[in-house]
Design a protein around this ligand. Sequence first.
Ligand code: GLY
Length: 338
Amino acid sequence: MIRRDFLKSSLLTLPVISSTTASAGKQIAKKPLVVSTWDFGKAANAEAWKILNNKGRALDAIEQGARVTEADESNKTVGYGGYPDRDGRVTLDACIMDEKGNCGSVMCLEYIKHPISVARMVMEKTPHVILVAEGALQFALANGFQKENLLTPDSEQAWKEWLKKSNYSPVMNIENKSYNQKEPDAGFFPGSIDNHDTIGILALDTHGNLSGGCTTSGMAFKMHGRVGDSPVIGAGLFVDSEVGAATSTGVGEEVIKCVGSYLVVEYMRQGNSPREACKKVVERIAKRDPEKAKNIQIGFLAIDIHGNYGAYALQKGFSFAVKSEKEEIVIPGESYFI
Ligand code: GLY
C-alpha cells in the first residue's frame, strides 16, 4: 500500500478527537504527551515516546524523535534525502527550545545529517541562539559531527527534472501548480500531500516540562540561502512553560510575517484552547493576504501545559500525529478552506 493510501485508510478508522479549552487548575494533566506534524510524525513520536515513557526529559524526547525524520531518506523535506536548493545544495534548518525558554537554531547548514542536534548544541554549548551556514558547519565539525553528502540519488534526480523547466527565476512558490492536484509538479508544493514540509514536534514529560523542535530542508529548489520559518524562534516554534508550545509547517515566509508560533502561544495565554489558538492565527494569515492564502498551505500544531492539543491549517491535507498513554494516532487537521 502506498503511503497516501495507508494514511487515507488509517484516517477513516480514527476516532473524532476534540481538544478542550484549558482551564487552569481544573484539569488532570494528560502527560506524558508528544505530538508531531504530518503522518511521518508517527515514527518520530514512537522514538520520543521511549524516553517520555521512561520518565525522561521532554527535550531529549524531542531531539531523538526529530532525528528519526532527519535520517529518513524517503522524506524529501527534512534532513538526509531532502530536496536541494536551486543550485543542487541540500541546506537544512532546525531549532529547539527547552522548558526554561532556552533555545538554539541552525540555518542553511550543509553536510550534517542531524541539524536538530547541532541546534541543541548551539543552545547548550554557546552563549548564542543562532549559527548559520559556514559558521554552523564549522561549529558542528568542531563538535564531532561528521560531514556527509546529504543529496541522495532520488533527490538529485528530482532536482535535475526540475532544472529542465526552471529558468532559475527566484519566484516564490514557482513550484506550486495546484494544491493536491495529481499533475507531476504538484508534488513540489510545500505542504502538499506529496511534499510535506517540516517536522515540528512538541512534548510534555511526566515532570511537566515542555519542549519543542522543528527541522526541515525547507522549500524544494529554493534560492540558495533562503531560510523559512522553521529555525526562526517564535515563527516555526515557540515554547512557554507557563502556557504551552506551538510549531508550524508550510510556506515559512507567511509564518514569519506574523511570528506564527509565538502568536499561537499568546492566544493560548488568553484562554483559547490549542485548536482555537491555531485557528485564530490561520485566520489572521488568511485575512492579511486573502489571494495568497488561497494558494499556499500553512498548518499550526499546539499543546498546552495540561496536555490538551489541537491544530489548524489553511488547506485540507494537513495531518498530525499524537502519542500518549491512551493514543497513537494520526489526525486530519481541520482547515480554513474546505
Ligand atoms: N516551513 C518550512 C519552510 O518554509 O522552509
